[in-house]
Design a protein around this ligand. Structure first.
Ligand code: AHR
Length: 362
């Protein structure tokens, strides 16, 4: 009887051990704070490719879709073991996650960096460990390009240039190009490529237009709450002097619109000020359709399959592009500007229709 109990206890312990080691997809944040992260198990299924993905956070709708794209691509059914880490917009969490991935001897590290600088040391550690690093979405600014294998993401400066070129053409079409135009820029996370490029696109255009005035630029951290908070204080300071609210993503635009309406102003082409935005998410395009956002410049979040293509090529020994930009559109509420030209290239501007907004997959 005693023997049977001991045997049963041993079987129970074996099941526990097996269960703990048997999962092929892990979220290292699930149920723990980043500081309390324990190293996840080091066992690797022979036939699965292990990918450690350090994600910026969950600051925006765009980011949620991007995370989903990565998780659904790097699934066990597709042949991967994904170790996902949400850095909650903090670079130190991303650095800790990368070190954790190195310890676990993953096959690939994928990094969506919160900001551009500060990566040299940890990427050197990954290189020394012989683990290829793929950068996705935003860029890293490193002293040695060999610290990462490939990058895929958006041309954020081009996005900013597109938005500014549209504003120029829109004002011309409306016969307002000689009027003074007062702009406020609700920037993204300071130091992120998406902020740097979009702010630069606007600032360069302001320098070229003597009638454009950048009243203020301040960060909304790519979140709806901060976008609203920042807009509230801009309205207190400038009121209806503001003509254009240049929001560096859709969630900031949603927050800014709430603040503008709560203050008793009207957004849109026939209102007190127009709102411009980036991302063109489903909700962003709905607000473009209803005229609350007058221009929405696309930033595509569906990077999972793009990163997978790079990994597949590397697996089969192919050379991959060091940097690859994705193609992105421009969506507007109205149709006075059918296209814009930047550096000799024409970019169509699509007027948002009900069908287009309804069919938006993300
Ligand atoms: O880096 C891409 C940007 O980050 C998107 O515009 C924004 O919504 C996200 O948070």
């Amino acid at each position: 009887m005693k023997k049977r109990m001991i045997a049963a206890l041993m079987v129970f312990c074996m099941i526990l051990t097996f269960t703990a080691c048997g999962s092929n997809s892990k979220d290292v944040n699930a149920g723990s704070t980043p500081a309390a992260k324990a190293p996840t198990d080091t066992s690797k299924s022979k036939d699965l490719i292990t990918v450690g993905f350090s994600q910026v956070g969950a600051e925006s709708d765009w980011r949620t879709v991007n995370t989903e794209s990565m998780k659904s691509t790097f699934s066990e059914a597709n042949g991967y073991e994904l170790i996902f880490d949400d850095a909650q917009q903090k670079q130190e969490n991303q650095i800790a996650a990368i070190r954790n991935f190195i310890q676990q001897e993953v096959d690939y590290i994928v990094l969506a960096p919160v900001t551009e600088t500060g990566w040299d040391t940890v990427l050197q550690e990954a290189k020394d460990a012989g683990i290829p690093v793929i950068i996705v979405d935003r860029m890293v600014n490193v002293s040695d390009d060999s610290l990462y294998t490939a990058w895929v993401g958006s041309n954020f400066e081009l996005e900013g240039k597109k938005a500014a070129a549209w504003l120029d053409a829109y004002l011309k079409a409306a016969g307002k190009d000689k009027d003074e135009v007062n702009i406020v820029d609700i920037q993204g996370t300071i130091g992120a490529s998406a902020q740097i490029g979009r702010t630069k696109g606007l600032e360069d255009a302001v320098k070229q237009h003597s009638s454009w005035k950048l009243l203020a630029k301040t960060t909304g951290e790519f979140t709806q709450a901060k976008g609203q908070e920042v807009m509230e204080s801009l309205l207190k300071q400038y009121g209806d002097k503001i003509d254009v609210v240049y929001c560096e993503n859709d969630n900031e635009a949603f927050g800014a619109i709430d603040a503008i309406e709560a203050a008793g102003y009207k957004v849109g082409v026939d209102g007190d000020m127009i709102v411009m935005s980036f991302d063109s998410t489903n909700a962003g395009l709905s607000d473009t359709l209803n005229g609350k956002i007058t221009l929405n410049t696309e930033c595509n979040p569906l990077h999972g399959p793009r990163v997978e293509e790079i990994i597949k090529d590397l697996q089969s020994g192919k050379t991959v592009d060091k940097q690859k930009y994705v193609e992105e559109g421009i969506f507007s509420f109205e149709n006075s500007v059918p296209s814009i030209k930047i550096d000799g290239v024409d970019y169509p501007v699509t007027q948002v229709t009900k069908d287009l907004a309804a069919q938006r997959a993300y």
